[in-house]
Design a protein around this ligand. Structure first.
Ligand code: ZN
Length: 344
């Protein structure tokens, strides 16, 4: 009797284990990702996963640009501007939003003419189509340039986190991807990869006319040591390849990566800033408006009499999202179905 019961328990355990293994391998079989392109001395190695199967092929070095110039920090334009942020791997929703707001056509081609599109950080983490989003932005940037327009992809805290090996927020799909590719997630974006080098050319803040765009925001505390946008962008860019531990040994980490730093700051939404504080910040950075992401809202919002705009419209939930349209005379919410609602 005892034996029978033991045997029964053993069988049950095996069945559960087997079904777990089967489920895991089924899951692996549905995973597709890439390409991820690794740069070697005399060639490129392209790795791609199709339905769980890894293919590796060699490409000539000339197949991709391997050097990316550092982005400029300031621009002037008479053209329209559109901004969104915190896509967090929600590729399909971001595409729908950009299509319906006439930035791209049905084939994902740039139709925004000479306008500027600004992605105010956080393409990485949470969702399962990060790679697709990155390549989409990579290609859109090339197309926009050909038409006289411009795509700006600013680095948010999640870009910095992944490159600094903080992988707490990656989607489980990428755990499988890394297993198949036998690599760590941050290695997919190292300085020896195409996307990694491209990311390392990006800015953390950009000024277009009198508008400043930055993922978290610019705090009074951050401004204590002055404000030189090009120097800050370069310092942040170089810090991507510094060790976290080394940065923490001085005040550097706290200033640039702390809660009052440009990629983590939430003070406009959750602080107790007064109108005069915003005036003082804007006057120090010589701007009239700040456009930030990082604090999730139901839609694009304005604060402090349109001096601050929050463009994190919770795209990360995969349900809804908005863009901010800016033309020479006004600001508008651009909804998912393409409606424009003016901020009065
Ligand atoms: Zn963020």
């Amino acid at each position: 009797m005892m034996y029978k019961r033991l045997l029964f328990i053993l069988c049950m355990c095996c069945t559960t284990m087997l079904s777990q293994i089967k489920e895991e391998s089924n899951h692996t079989l549905t995973v597709s990702d890439g390409p991820h392109i690794f740069i070697e001395d005399d060639k490129l190695i392209e790795k791609q996963i199709q339905n769980g199967k890894l293919t590796i092929r060699e490409l000539p070095l000339s197949a991709y640009k391997t050097h990316y110039e550092a982005e400029k920090s300031s621009y002037t334009t008479d053209e329209n501007i559109v901004a969104l942020s915190d896509i967090h791997g929600q590729f399909d929703l971001a595409i729908e939003l950009l299509k319906n707001n006439a930035v791209i056509d049905d084939d994902l081609n740039w139709i925004y003419e000479k306008g500027h599109l600004i992605i105010v950080g956080d393409i990485f983490d949470r969702g399962n189509k990060v790679t697709e989003t990155l390549w989409f932005v990579y290609n859109l940037e090339i197309q926009a340039k050909q038409k006289g327009g411009k795509v700006h992809f600013l680095l948010g805290n999640h870009e910095y986190m992944v490159i600094h090996k903080d992988l707490r927020y990656i989607h489980e799909k990428y755990v499988t991807v890394c297993k198949i590719m036998n690599t760590s997630y941050d290695e997919l974006y190292s300085g020896d990869t195409i996307l990694g080098r491209w990311l390392r050319s990006k800015a953390t803040m950009v000024k277009i006319n009198d508008l400043m765009f930055v993922h978290g925001g610019i705090s009074k505390e951050f401004l204590k040591s002055g404000f030189d946008i090009s120097a800050i962008n370069q310092t942040m860019r170089l810090s991507l390849d510094r060790e976290k531990q080394e940065m923490k040994q001085s005040g550097f980490y706290n200033k640039y990566y702390g809660k009052n730093g440009p990629i983590w700051y939430r003070g406009y939404f959750y602080g107790n800033l007064k109108s005069e504080d915003i005036d003082s910040i804007l006057s120090q950075i010589e701007a009239s408006h700040l456009v930030v992401g990082h604090c999730s809202q139901d839609h694009v919002v304005q604060l402090f009499d349109k001096r601050i705009f929050g463009v994190d419209s919770s795209i990360k939930n995969g349900e809804n999202g908005e863009v901010l349209h800016i033309d020479t005379s006004a600001f508008y919410r651009g909804t998912l179905n393409g409606e424009k609602i003016k901020f009065n």
